[in-house]
Design a protein around this ligand. Sequence first.
Ligand SMILES: [Fe+2]
Ligand SMILES: [Fe+2]
Length: 359
Amino acid sequence: MGDNYSIGEILKGQKGDNNSDFVKKEAFKQVNLISELKPNEEVQVEGKVVSKRLQKTKSDRSFLLITLADKSQSIRAVDWYYPEENNNKIQVGEVIKLKGKTVFFENRIQINLINDEEAIEILNPLEVNPEKYMKSSQTELNTLINTLENYIVQVENLGVKALLTSIFIENDYIREMFLTSPAAMDIHHAYQNGLIEHSLKVTELSLKLYKTYSEEEVYINKDIIIAGALLHDIGKIEEYVITPSGIEKTEQGELMGHIPLGVKLIYEEAEKIGERISKEDLDHIIHIILSHHGEIEYGSPVVPKTLEAMIVNFSDNIDSKIARAKENIRNALQINENSTWSEYDKRLERKMKIEKYSD
Ligand SMILES: [Fe+2]
Ligand SMILES: [Fe+2]
């Protein structure tokens, strides 16, 4: 985010704001969210540092480029006065407040920091309101819950259905956590409700693959696919925690990761329903959880060895990558609605071309 602008563009932004003798003032306008910023205002704005880069102009003048973001939007801030000092002062991931003037050019707003050593203030994480940084799934939670319950209703195998009911309907703790957890820190679905949204998409895709490939000679078990897809990332409810400064890994998440955590949770729930679920079905579901990353080097202790496990693994891969690419495009459009390319994405190892509707 925020790294593909030319020096000329940034200089133009600076010229436009006419703030070289911008003096220290106390009355800076406070905005709640970055998306509320308007051009030509003296503001104090709060945001999380997404990136920072110390740069030099052709004439060897240093400046610091900062990308700040909250759940509404990201914005570029430029510091011409204390670039080295502020580069040392702030860290990526910290929430800061900065004072500056907003300027508008090339379809986007930029903030130019004022000439003040204390233009940037670092917030104590306890002062930060996590709501400001927590994106939620764009789909209504009730719609997500209905879809989840519809999948469980479709399951015919009574043992598998009992397991899913015990986990998603009867266990209030798991249900609540599954409905609110993110699916990642920053890879894909890194927002509240991200886990349920991702798990449902994986189920939807898995059932499409099931339909495409099921035929008489080779049996594919639809019920196991639904259970495996809904449960594949269930360990994430204990892998991540939402804190004032964003999504963090729990100690258990760090030490174990979501695959063993999920396996443990499923065995504990299976105990409750006893013999209602067959050992064979339970082993099959556990195999899907263990193998869903597809390869040993991606963290799975075994590779998928059943058609159902292969289907869930491929669906998981599709949804995480497509969701990541879409988020990347959405971020670029938020910064500049006329963007034709997204920023380079390290995970996807590419930038994405942004197509427009032609009407
Ligand atoms: Fe996973
Ligand atoms: Fe997943």
